[in-house]
Structures are given as C-alpha cells and as structure tokens.
Design a protein around this ligand. Structure first.
Ligand code: NAD
Length: 243
C-alpha cells in the first residue's frame, strides 16, 4: 500500500491510461480526485469534470482537489490529445488544441499545484510526455513539439522545485494500446486489432504496451521509491527507439 493516506489528482482519468492509473493508485490506498470532460461512471473519491481548455477551471483544479480530498500530495498530468500530420497540414484549431491541452493545461496545473504540494510538506508530480517528445517522430509535428515542451518544462520544474520537496518527473511512452492509438488507426482506415498486432512486431519486446505497463512506471515515479528523482524523463518503450 504505497499510497496509503496520499491524496492524488489525475487528469484525463476517463482515458485509456488515466482510468488504469486511477485504479492502480486506489488499489494501493490513495484517495483520488479524477478530472476529465465527464467523470460519470469513474470510481474515485472525488469527481471534478471540466474542460482543460477552460483556463479558470484548470487554474483551480489543484485547489479544488485539495479542498475536496482534504489535502494534495500527488498530481498526475495525464490528459492529452494527438493531432496528426506535418506542419503544412496543421490547422489553427489543431495548434490551439494541442498546445492548450498538452502544454498550457499542465503548466497551469503545476503553477497552481506546486505551492499546495510544498505547503503540505512536499509531493510529486508526474507528467505524461512521450518518446516523441524526446526524439522527433514522423508526421506528427505539432504533437511532438507539445510533448517536447512538456518534457522540457518537466526538466526545468524538476530542478526549480526540488528544494521545496516537490519532485517533478515525466514518463515518455512509445505506442500504448489506448483509444488514442486505436482511433488513429480507425481514422486512417485500418482495423485497429490487426494494426496493433502488426505494430507489436516492430517492438523488440514483441508487443505494443498495455496501459498498466506505463501506469506501473507512473506509480513508481509518484512513490517514495523515486525519492531521489527530479526532472527525469523516463522512456518506456519495450526497446523500440523512435530515432
Ligand atoms: P486517451 O485519448 O485514451 O485519453 C486522454 C484523456 O484526456 C481522455 O479521457 C480525454 O477526454 C482527456 N482530455 C483530452 N482533452 C481534454 C480536455 N480539453 N479537457 C479534459 N480532458 C481532456 O489517451 P491515452 O493514450 O490514455 O493518453 C494519456 C497520455 O499519454 C496523453 O498525454 C498522451 O499524449 C500520452 N501518450 C500516449 C501514447 C499512446 O500511444 N497512447 C503514447 C505516448 C504518450
């Protein structure tokens, strides 16, 4: 029970990775406030539905979670969106959406959350970046750029706030079998089941990651076992490098 008495905020909690992260945290004793567009049907101590593009909602999320849970120790910035294509195919809407959800929202949540964690005696933040934020990936220019931005922000914040006892790290997965990956295959006219099987053959470990493969690393970084880690970008890729 690594998270007994720990109070946690998880964004994107209705998504492929978010609901597994939430379940695993609660299984290990955490009280969790979940955030997503809709939180109906999610098992959690507190539901804070809303749109992360709404600045007032996002600025207030850590405070709302702390108020409802009676404190806040850990924040998991997991929500994300993927937009596809090279820069020449990227609309203003794609740009605003990608930057808004993948960079501005975690920035706002960290800005509001770090003082709350510090006042409570310290804590941990885990951001979901991507292998594509550490190495350039093909045909997803703005997505990669947003993940590089949150990776860099993580490294900077990890350094700036260590002295307050707030450890900030990021997990950088390669492909994970979630609605984000499956919807991409569907949009391109592929059968997701076949595509994920074939993609698995390109991974040295022989399969695409499942959400719990990534959630295990998220929980490790959030736990006391990672007590000396600050500003780390941890690639979780089954041996498959992007470059
Ligand atoms: P997902 O699409 O299954 O879940 C993302 C969740 O974020 C959804 O529930 C969605 O509703 C929520 N969300 C998006 N925009 C929001 C907004 N404006 N307001 C509130 N909630 C919003 O995706 P996932 O695969 O579980 O991804 C989780 C994280 O992992 C993301 O940051 C993603 O970029 C990252 N990631 C995923 C993969 C992958 O292959 N699936 C690989 C590397 C990194």
């Amino acid at each position: 029970m690594r998270f007994s008495n720990k109070k946690v905020l998880v964004t994107g909690a209705a998504g492929g990775m978010g609901h597994v992260i939430t379940r695993m945290l609660r299984d290990e004793g955490a009280a969790v406030a979940v955030a997503d567009f809709k939180c109906n049907g999610l098992s959690a101590e507190v539901a804070l539905p809303g749109d992360l593009l709404d600045q007032a909602y996002t600025d207030d999320l850590p405070n709302a979670a702390a108020k409802a849970l009676g404190g806040l120790d850990i924040i998991i910035n997991n929500a994300g969106v993927i937009t596809r294509g090279p820069v020449t195919d990227t609309s203003d809407r794609d740009w605003d959406l990608s930057v808004g959800v993948n960079v501005e929202a975690p920035f706002r949540i960290c800005r509001a959350g770090i003082p709350i964690l510090a006042e409570g005696g310290g804590g941990a933040i885990v951001n979901l970046a991507s292998c594509w934020g550490v190495h350039p990936g093909p045909n997803h220019a703005v997505y990669c750029m947003t993940k590089a931005a949150i990776a860099s922000l993580t490294q900077c914040m990890g350094r700036d706030h260590a002295q307050q006892g707030v450890r900030i790290n990021a997990v950088c997965p390669n492909e994970v079998d979630t609605p984000m990956l499956r919807s991409g295959f569907e949009k391109r006219g592929f059968d997701p089941e076949t595509a994920i099987y074939e993609l698995g053959n390109t991974v040295p470990l022989g399969r695409v990651a499942k959400p719990d493969d990534i959630a295990d690393v998220v929980l490790f970084l959030a736990s006391d076992a990672a007590r000396y880690m600050c500003g780390a970008l941890v690639e979780v890729n089954g041996g498959k490098s992007v470059a």
